[in-house]
Design a protein around this ligand. Sequence first.
Ligand code: ADP
Length: 780
Amino acid sequence: NLPDVIYFKDRESRFTRINKAHAKVFGLSDPAQAIGKTDFDFFTDEHAQQAFADEQEIIRTGQPILAKEEKETWPDGRETWVSTTKMPLRDATGNILGTFGVSRDVTERKQVEVEMQKAMKAAEEANRAKSEFLANISHELRTPMNAVIGLTELALATGLDSEQRRYLELVESSANSLLALINDILDFSEIDWRKFELESTPFSLAEAVDEALRPLSIQAYRKGLEMAYGVSPRIPSALLGAPVRLKQVLVNLVGNAIKFTKQGEVVVRAGLESQEAKAVGLHFTVADTGVGIPADKLEMIFEAFTQVDGSMTRRFEGSGLGLAICAELVGMMGGRIWVESELGKGSTFHFTVRLGRVEGAACPREEAPRDLLCGLPVLVVDDHAASREIVGEILRHLGMIPTLAESTETALAVIRSAQDSESPFRWALLDAQMPGGDGLSLAEQARRIPGFSPAILMMLPPHDAGREAARCRELGIKDYLTKPVRESELAEAMVRALDKSASAGEGHAQVRGSAQELGRVLRILLTENNEVSQVLVTRLLEKRGHEVVVAVDGVEALAALENTNTVGFDLALLDVQMPRMNGLEVTRAIREKELNTGRHLPILAMTALALGSEEEGCRAAGMDGYIAKPIRANDFFAMIQRVAAQPTGAGAAAESTRRAQGEPHHKPVFDKVRFLDRLGGDEMLGAEVVGMFLEECPKLMKGIRQAFAQQDASALERAAHALKGSLGDMVAFQAFDAARNFEQMAREGNLGNTGAGLAILESAIDRLMTELRRQEMKPA
Ligand code: ADP
């Protein structure tokens, strides 16, 4: 009476006995009717064949088949499923007489499973279709949105009365919010669909953080918030990962922090959590002093389309997608995201990621300015604790000795007492905006302290830097930085300040070794792997009108020298201690090659090891001179003048032929010397002008493209003319020429040719923008 099927078979797989349940499955009224029959009498051949083979195998090997799920196919087309166990049937002495087995019908369970799989597949399909639809529709939406935004921008640039302007500005800002929303949705649907893969490229974390947050800092300061970010110096400077996505997470979190904070500060920190041979684990925090999040909503906000309070949407626009996107991205980067918050006090968002390490990457950031700045005392005055501390960390990392003061009074007291000490401050880094006496008035008061010596650097809020910079200039403060302060900029500004105070005493010697004095521009190959020394030496040389090409090590230097496409060099400056190939080896290689050409490239060694024996080594290797680091401008140029006065090298010869032929290519992309000359040598003003140009130029180009698209010759001529004017002001010869030609073509109504003209102009502008950025002629 067992409901399971039970049977016994002989060695030929003939039934010898079956139970009642089995007879019923076979449609027999009596189990005895099955005796002598085989599976071939009941099932399809296909099924019976398989069963027969299984049983013969059991008889041959004596091995049972346990709980095998089997499909049974019947002549009438039915399919059933059983879970079956088959065993050898033995007599008392162990001889195998046949087989016996038990099967349980699992057809129903199987059917449910199949249904479930079908349902799951359908659900996945539907979800995929939804995401695909979202992705497509978002793309479709973006195209007209770009037109709306672009045309609104253009319309805003025309003559409008104030009412029209106000309306259009509203259109512009609404269109921008709508586009941001569409972008969010697109992103989310793409992540959901797993359409994109994370890239893996080498990048610098400090730079990525800065790029992501600097634009937001303007927004923060404009709102009256303080903002600071610090990247732990323990984090390797070169990492492998998806900087674009990492920046997206930071922008989202910091954007939220600014949005939900009325007063106080937003502080971002990146720390090293773990470190292995091939990977690092990083931990970021974004802390604000804003409205906070109720405890019961702390997890919910990471879900898509959720906000703490639906009614807040009216107050704070947003889609509720930002954090869901962050959570997905962080997950894809092997980390997690969470938040701690206290209502009314603020929130701290945490997230972790795992990133790859770049093997054998040199860390110029870590070595950078040590030799110049190391061990020198500096005063930092800032009322915001987080900013003060982060600046302190940066300075300590640069090897300096910071003293932190939180107010004007403390600062004055500290300055007074340090004045008479063994080591007075070399720099005072002042926050321009402090309650109860700002940095500028502090500077004035400090100046009145007898014997006050530190170089003053002002830290300005980014949204107001222009105006504040003017005030700084009035007070005779030479240099400033915009907040949040960044390591590389701070180091450079400090080195610059040192350089200024050094060259201030030089008097007339300043022009020594300059292009004017020598009567020619020297083309100099500088090989130096220390970033700050690179900048410093390049600046020194460029200030005197020379042209500098930088190589970071010996191998690159040799490559630059061999590159026959470039004109030769008049002088090589070689750092002696370099990775891969040191200065002496490079020199030997150069001299060996020169045996064939009969030329002689003057080579000067630069070394921080001030040992007499070093100099002998340099000379023995074939160098012409030797400059000790830290470099003193006076000696440096005296040396350059001495070597440059020698019979000229092949480079100089090539240079003069090239000049004689008036090769057009030589027109500089941007003549910084003449540009600054026009501005009376005011570098800060220069940076401002360049800043304005960098903003204005893309707009002018847009106007040109627009006019070109509409084939409007007169608009094209006007736009090209305007651009040409700006380029002239910038002393940007190549681009100026391109714009002039383009204007000419437009004037002649020669629109057929302007396509090529436009391409030439675009590439000249590209080169100019790159050059301006490279020369760091952009405001901080
Ligand atoms: P939204 O685009 O609406 O800002 P998010 O997913 O970025 O979407 O955020 C979801 C919700 O989480 C926000 O609407 C807000 O209610 C809450 N939230 C996020 N960040 C903060 C923060 N720093 N302070 C307070 N609330 C926050």
